[in-house]
Design a binder for this molecule. Structure first.
Ligand code: PGA
Length: 317
């Protein structure tokens, strides 16, 4: 293994975790031929094949399984080493790795502004993905802190709520229901509906509410992006339920409006989450304290001016 490099191990680990060269390439921002080449060279250094392809599926060989377990140990040790070094450097220098669900991308970058001004030597890596993929990162312990609206029930984690994240019904401003009051949920279930993709936490919450009422949504379209859904609503394709925070930068001329629907807004929180017992670096601890102590105030200072400017109000928004 003398000729193997840390980079090759990282590439191999990603392929083994995803069981896919394509997804590993996407995660690492590499091309697929580069990923294949790195794995091929590593396999040569090991002297045995690391993967085998059966039909369309990729499997680890016995040697691959051994190497995968070794990689996990090596990277775990390296991340502990990074924490020790970061702590020696204090808050002057280091990296903060955050993984957040897509609704939180409307707030976390704004909260990072004042934090990074306070600690200019800190670099931030921010991963934004849907609920299911952020849970995968949490299970793999890939980041320092995780922000989710639905804490996992089956994982041993520390959970701290820090900000409300209500879900509201959005429609185009000229939708026939735009000026109605207290619209029945059943009426909403009859409208063409644009739904977030499977794996989304927003989707889960919407589905749960309608299931509890015994109602079936008239889903016309699945879209994997809050922004794409907003555009589709504006384009008259239907209505949807999204986080109120997705309206954060909508100006006074926004083509979207919030419908007044019974049982809405769905009240939820964002939670800062990390694996129970995980040792937080000084930088991570500083951001954690900042979120819990100042996050709400900083978020509210800049939130929803556009939407409130139009005279539309939302309870608990
Ligand atoms: P989503 O998560 O991006 O998975 O919909 C949002 C949330 O649960 O708030």
């Amino acid at each position: 293994m003398k000729n193997a490099t840390l980079h090759q191990l990282k590439v191999f680990e990603a392929v083994a975790r995803h069981k896919s060269f394509t997804r590993a390439a996407e995660e690492l921002f590499l091309t697929q031929p580069t990923v294949s080449m790195q794995v091929k060279q590593l396999s040569k250094a090991v002297g045995l094949p690391l993967f085998e392809q059966v039909g369309k599926r990729l499997y680890l060989t016995e040697a691959g399984k051994e190497l995968y377990a070794t990689c996990r140990e090596v990277f775990e040790r390296l991340s502990q080493f990074e924490i020790s070094i970061a702590n020696l450097k204090g808050l002057k220098q280091g990296t903060l790795r955050l993984a957040v669900v897509t609704t939180a991308k409307y707030v976390i970058p704004r909260l990072l502004g004042p934090f990074c001004l306070r600690y200019p030597g800190i670099d931030v890596s921010l991963t934004v993905d849907n609920h299911e993929r952020i849970i995968d990162s949490l299970i793999d312990n890939r980041d320092d802190l995780y922000i989710l609206s639905q804490p996992p029930e089956d994982l041993d984690v520390a959970i701290h709520p820090f900000l409300e994240n209500p879900l509201v019904v959005l429609a185009s401003c000229n939708h026939p229901l735009a000026h109605e009051k207290n619209i029945a949920l059943k009426r909403i279930s009859e409208e063409p509906f644009i739904m977030r993709e499977p794996g989304s936490g927003t989707r889960k919450s919407v589905q749960k509410l309608f299931d509890e009422q015994g109602l079936t949504l008239n889903v016309k379209l699945d879209l994997g992006s809050n922004e794409a859904i907003k555009q589709a609503i504006a384009g008259g394709l239907g209505i949807s339920v999204l986080s109120l925070h997705t309206l954060a930068l909508e100006g006074t001329n926004s083509p979207l409006t919030i419908l007044d629907v019974e049982s809405f807004p769905i009240q939820r929180y964002w939670y800062v989450i990390y694996p129970a017992g995980k040792q937080l670096s000084i930088i991570t601890q500083a951001f954690f304290d900042y979120l819990l102590n100042e996050g709400k105030t900083v978020a509210e200072q800049t939130a929803f001016q556009g939407i409130f400017g139009q005279g539309r109000t939302v309870e608990n928004g």
